[in-house]
Design a binder for this molecule. Sequence first.
Ligand SMILES: *[C@@H]1O[C@H](CO)[C@@H](O)[C@H](O)[C@H]1NC(C)=O
Ligand SMILES: *[C@@H]1O[C@H](CO)[C@@H](O)[C@H](O)[C@H]1NC(C)=O
Ligand SMILES: *[C@@H]1O[C@H](CO)[C@@H](O)[C@H](O)[C@H]1NC(C)=O
Ligand SMILES: *[C@@H]1O[C@H](CO)[C@@H](O)[C@H](O)[C@H]1NC(C)=O
Ligand SMILES: *[C@@H]1O[C@H](CO)[C@@H](O)[C@H](O)[C@H]1NC(C)=O
Ligand SMILES: *[C@@H]1O[C@H](CO)[C@@H](O)[C@H](O)[C@H]1NC(C)=O
Ligand SMILES: *[C@@H]1O[C@H](CO)[C@@H](O)[C@H](O)[C@H]1NC(C)=O
Ligand SMILES: *[C@@H]1O[C@H](CO)[C@@H](O)[C@H](O)[C@H]1NC(C)=O
Ligand SMILES: *[C@@H]1O[C@H](CO)[C@@H](O)[C@H](O)[C@H]1NC(C)=O
Ligand SMILES: *[C@@H]1O[C@H](CO)[C@@H](O)[C@H](O)[C@H]1NC(C)=O
Ligand SMILES: *[C@@H]1O[C@H](CO)[C@@H](O)[C@H](O)[C@H]1NC(C)=O
Ligand SMILES: *[C@@H]1O[C@H](CO)[C@@H](O)[C@H](O)[C@H]1NC(C)=O
Length: 472
Amino acid sequence: MHSHLSPYLLLSFLTIISLSINVPTSLCAKDTRYANCSEPFTCGSIKSIKFPFWGVNRAGYCGKPGFQLECQDNVPLITMISEKYRILLINPQVQTLIVAREDFWNNICPQNFVNTALNFTLFNYAVGIRNLTLFYGCTFFSGPISTFSSPYNCTVNNTDINFFYVMRNITIDPRLGSCNSSVVIPVFERAAQALETNTTTIGGAIDGGFGLKYLDLDSDQCSTCVKSGGECGYNWTESRFTCFCHDQPNAKACLTRPSYPFWGGNQANYCGYPGFQVNCQGNAPLLTIASTGYRVLGINSTTRILTVARQDFWNTTCPQYLSATTINSSLFSNSNTQNVTLHYNCPPPLGTTPPPNMFLCYPNGTATATTNYYTATDINVPNIGTCTNDVIVPVSQSSAQSLARNPPSITLEEALDDGFELLWTSNIDALCSSCVQSGGRCGYNPSSGSFTCYCADQPYASVCGNGTGMCL
Ligand SMILES: *[C@@H]1O[C@H](CO)[C@@H](O)[C@H](O)[C@H]1NC(C)=O
Ligand SMILES: *[C@@H]1O[C@H](CO)[C@@H](O)[C@H](O)[C@H]1NC(C)=O
Ligand SMILES: *[C@@H]1O[C@H](CO)[C@@H](O)[C@H](O)[C@H]1NC(C)=O
Ligand SMILES: *[C@@H]1O[C@H](CO)[C@@H](O)[C@H](O)[C@H]1NC(C)=O
Ligand SMILES: *[C@@H]1O[C@H](CO)[C@@H](O)[C@H](O)[C@H]1NC(C)=O
Ligand SMILES: *[C@@H]1O[C@H](CO)[C@@H](O)[C@H](O)[C@H]1NC(C)=O
Ligand SMILES: *[C@@H]1O[C@H](CO)[C@@H](O)[C@H](O)[C@H]1NC(C)=O
Ligand SMILES: *[C@@H]1O[C@H](CO)[C@@H](O)[C@H](O)[C@H]1NC(C)=O
Ligand SMILES: *[C@@H]1O[C@H](CO)[C@@H](O)[C@H](O)[C@H]1NC(C)=O
Ligand SMILES: *[C@@H]1O[C@H](CO)[C@@H](O)[C@H](O)[C@H]1NC(C)=O
Ligand SMILES: *[C@@H]1O[C@H](CO)[C@@H](O)[C@H](O)[C@H]1NC(C)=O
Ligand SMILES: *[C@@H]1O[C@H](CO)[C@@H](O)[C@H](O)[C@H]1NC(C)=O
């Protein structure tokens, strides 16, 4: 079958594949903190802002102290040393902000005169900034001072006062005059020059804002976290970076998601091998083998070991229906396991002391308990009589040994919940590592039933490039 994928088809193919990379199939439990921090801050013209910023729709744990944002009437604001600043721009790539004094916005006569101040552990001035000094309520002893601008009028608290600006941050020589108040406000150097050439106004220069660098020492950690599919956060009580993942927080990054031969969630069936579909049921990643659901506890692609536990026996030794553990031997083999047989509905024990391997069930919520036992080759037990149902469930060798101790060092429930290992057959993904090395993503062609290496240009039979050249 030789046919070329149309560019459109290829594009949608690749889109589906790249989308599926972001679907954490193994991570089923939804951590609300992950969901909350995945919401960006959006206000006015400021969009898509995340860590280290928080506020409004983003909880405190999505950001760091000092980086709280507000949104008032569609105006994004940040407070630094008790003063509110209007945010004109945020560039997370280079960690810069452009802010303007909110109290001076469209108004050079505020009711309070407060200097611009920064917390230098978090922020610093960008280059290309000039400090203006604004003087209010001045009296000159021997005529106007040359560095001062011409006078402006201000009405502050219903009182008319004069107002001057100076293109530097200066203090006034007390021999020349005195002013009631002064404020230092940084502006961009180009705004200062425009002011000097009368091509802007003092209000225009101030409203143009000034540049800041913000210091976020966790930005490298954050990109590692984001690459692993997490959302950056911060533990305020412990003052340390936290990576919120779909299922739980991690110190650095989210655990790697299962890849080929596993598939599921939003992934299409050509992303994995038949029989390896993992779907979320409630909070658990679930794999179905021969109609029985298994909770996936671990996947090691290097050793091809899958750790699973019977979902129907999860946190119970008395499931509603009793079904056998049947493993598809063309896909899996047991690794390092021992069979435990659960005997249900047996005669009551003879002695007064119940044997350690006995357990009770109240079937379907009935009031009368049934007597049940578990046995294994290592568990030496007296004759338990004839029981109605036997179910074989594999457990790990170490769990079997713990159950065999007298008294047992773990409960039957714990042994079942610890799960058991399955080894998947190597021919299922034998070609995968060379495909990945050649820059491809492993997949499967359901119609031909063969391994497929999806590459940027087209799918190949084993590796990207023209080595094998088989088109889908
Ligand atoms: C500056 O920021 C640091 C870090 O958040 C904080 O510990 C400190 O209290 C801040 N200083 C002021 C004056 O706000
Ligand atoms: C402006 O003044 C502040 C103090 O208010 C100072 O930290 C800063 O270095 C000054 N910047 C320039 C460019 O003069
Ligand atoms: C300021 O007010 C004075 C009188 O109150 C007036 O003579 C002057 O023209 C005003 N200056 C400006 C720039 O409006
Ligand atoms: C204006 O009045 C407010 C409130 O009465 C006061 O806090 C402020 O200091 C006054 N401003 C000036 C410049 O006197
Ligand atoms: C004025 O600016 C200079 C840098 O040009 C700075 O070193 C100084 O601290 C500033 N002085 C005041 C009073 O803000
Ligand atoms: C700007 O205007 C002021 C008066 O409004 C004047 O004194 C000054 O010379 C002007 N500057 C330039 C560069 O034109
Ligand atoms: C912060 O750390 C403490 C102690 O490890 C933990 O109890 C708490 O849940 C953590 N908070 C967040 C938001 O991760
Ligand atoms: C897979 O198993 C090998 C050998 O036991 C181990 O070195 C490796 O860390 C495991 N990988 C994962 C992701 O657990
Ligand atoms: C186990 O089951 C009991 C009762 O059915 C329940 O109270 C408990 O929360 C369950 N524990 C877990 C970890 O699911
Ligand atoms: C466990 O029992 C199954 C039959 O249910 C059998 O196929 C398998 O080989 C047994 N495994 C071990 C380790 O004895
Ligand atoms: C529970 O009830 C169902 C029918 O409702 C029955 O099929 C099943 O065998 C019962 N389970 C047990 C352990 O008796
Ligand atoms: C296959 O790849 C090799 C080396 O990359 C190149 O020399 C050759 O021309 C390619 N053949 C085709 C048919 O594209």
